[in-house]
Design a binder for this molecule. Structure first.
Ligand code: 5GP
Length: 117
């Protein structure tokens, strides 16, 4: 498995972007191609390629993703109107970057969960 990817380079600041949040476990930054007025990615600092690679050792990191999502939603003032958290896994979900990440989407009504056929 490749050890670095675009998100690793953002986390380690090899690529400079505006970080919305960073601590010892997770990092948050804006999605390059936003799908909603607020579209933030929250990612573990260590490489976990997909949900399938999660182990019990990762439970604290995964909890932190939610804590930080709620914090950013409040900071962006979308906590009351609501938002959606998405984690894609493998090709049927459309996962593009094989470094587990949570999408935080909000700022407008988001419509149905799945695209209507
Ligand atoms: P996925 O489809 O893997 O769940 O989501 C990957 C997301 O990463 C996409 O929404 C895409 O727009 C975003 N993305 C891809 N490359 C970059 C990048 O270089 N910088 C940032 N900030 N986001 C990226």
């Amino acid at each position: 498995m490749k050890k670095d990817n675009i998100f690793t380079n953002i986390i380690t600041k090899k690529i400079k972007v505006d970080l919305l949040y960073q601590d010892e476990l997770v990092t948050a930054f804006y999605d390059l191609n936003p799908q909603a007025p607020v579209h933030v990615l929250i990612v573990p600092n260590i490489l976990i390629p997909t949900v399938n690679h999660i182990t019990t050792n990762d439970e604290i990191i995964l909890g932190r993703l939610f804590v930080v999502a709620a914090k950013i939603a409040k900071r962006k003032n979308i906590h009351a109107s609501g938002y959606r958290l998405i984690v894609n896994c493998n090709h049927h979900s459309g996962q593009e970057i094989y470094h587990l990440h949570m999408h935080l989407l909000g700022g407008k009504p988001l419509g149905p969960l799945l695209q209507q056929e």
